[in-house]
Design a binder for this molecule. Structure first.
Ligand code: ZN
Length: 191
């Protein structure tokens, strides 16, 4: 059922003879549209709008709104709207979560890098970056590692020259061994 409501809450009442005055209801959106067109012949446009009373899918009346899908008016309640749009996701793919729009400004060369890495799927790449930033491996920090080495060497009483040699040797290895490889060296060692 549809009704016409004024912006100020005004209702359109039935004027049929012999019937008590009540709000005029329309079976279909099209009927409501016709009635609205009649009203707008004598009143300025936009003073009344079409309001859906009940959800055409479940009959419920929780926050029913009219929206258009492929130019076809749909009056759906909040639950049915959620259902409808949830089904737009490809079947079998788990929901990714809450979608928020982001506007990102980067120099052109960084966009070039970004697009190359994203390989046609920007949001997937951004999601990957967020996950990666949260993974423990990325708490890794070369300077922190050197700090641990120096602290350990001092505890053992290494002299300055030895500590410097150690720091340079470790520093040199940063370029040649990835963090997972270094981790493997340690976990597979006897130390
Ligand atoms: Zn519904």
């Amino acid at each position: 059922m549809f009704v016409l409501r004024g912006l100020d809450g005004k209702i359109v009442t039935s004027t049929e003879w012999g019937k008590e005055e009540k709000e005029e209801q329309y079976e279909t959106y099209e009927q409501a549209q016709h009635a609205l067109q009649e009203i707008e012949k004598s009143l300025p446009k936009g003073m009344f709008r079409i309001v859906a009373l009940d959800c055409e899918r479940c009959g419920g009346n929780n926050d029913v709104t009219v929206f258009h899908v492929n130019d076809e008016p749909k009056a759906f309640c909040q639950n049915c709207r959620v259902d409808l749009f949830a089904r737009k996701n490809p079947v079998g793919r788990p929901s990714v979560g809450i979608t928020k729009k982001v506007s990102l400004t980067l120099p052109e060369n960084e966009w070039t890098w970004f697009e190359e890495k994203a390989n046609g799927n920007r949001s997937q790449f951004l999601r990957h970056l967020v996950w990666e930033a949260q993974s423990p491996e990325n708490e890794w920090n070369n300077y922190a590692c050197l700090g641990y080495a120096i602290a350990g060497a001092k505890k053992l009483g290494y002299d300055e020259e030895k500590i410097q040699e150690l720091v340079r040797a470790i520093y040199g290895e940063f370029d040649w061994k990835s963090v997972p490889v270094a981790e493997k060296i340690y976990t597979e060692s006897d130390y």
